[in-house]
Design a protein around this ligand. Structure first.
Ligand SMILES: *[C@@H]1O[C@H](CO)[C@@H](O)[C@H](O)[C@H]1NC(C)=O
Length: 188
């Protein structure tokens, strides 16, 4: 038999663990990260990144006319998507990659270079959440031809719970030619 005071404490502990408040606290801390590959998507969640307009993004590995040749051991699943915004021949509609997901945080990973030529390593991406502009990643070339892998070009850890559509747009009207190399997206 436990002393009376211990039983009282035990009851408090049990009440705490079974209370809705405790349930809310544990579900808030048990976030799971889901990775969506640029090419393979996420098969468990049946998710894919969609690219617009048709034919404007290439599979980096297979691309014969792309100038970015990457170390496939350093990219997620050995794949990436490549697109270039040409300032002298801008596309009639935005070069976009979109993902619809159910979550509270998103992390977008690209491969980035600051090469001056072959490829012209100008990064100029704009990010949208549910149609609203929420960020940019702008980094001009500086002559460094190396590639940086898994660069988090957009991170948002304060998204209201629920279903959302994220969109990356490469290049901006009136600005320089811009390269985007999308590797994968993680959401929580
Ligand atoms: C999810 O991944 C991000 C970026 O890698 C990390 O900062 C975060 O802590 C992870 N969250 C969980 C719940 O594992």
């Amino acid at each position: 038999m436990l002393p009376c005071r211990s039983r009282g404490l035990l009851r408090v502990v049990i009440t705490l663990f079974t209370s809705p408040l405790f349930g809310a606290l544990t579900s808030a801390t048990s976030l799971v990260n889901v990775t969506v590959d640029d090419t393979f998507g996420n098969s468990e969640e049946n998710l894919q990144i969609t690219y617009q307009p048709d034919g404007s993004w290439s599979q980096g590995v297979d691309c014969t006319n792309c100038e970015a040749h990457l170390d496939t051991t350093k990219v997620h699943s050995g794949t990436w998507h490549d697109t270039t915004y040409f300032s002298d021949n801008p596309p009639s509609s935005p070069l976009s990659a979109s993902l619809t997901f159910n979550g509270v945080a998103i992390y977008v990973y690209c491969i980035v270079t600051r090469a001056s030529t072959d490829p012209f390593g100008n990064s100029d991406m704009t990010f949208y959440l549910d149609g609203n502009q929420v960020g940019t990643f702008v980094q001009p070339p500086n002559g460094d031809p190396t590639y940086q892998y898994s660069v988090p070009v957009y991170v948002n850890e304060a998204i209201p719970s629920g279903k959302h559509t994220f969109t990356l747009v490469n290049g901006r009207a009136g600005e320089q030619t811009a390269l985007a190399l999308l590797d994968y997206i993680v959401f929580s």
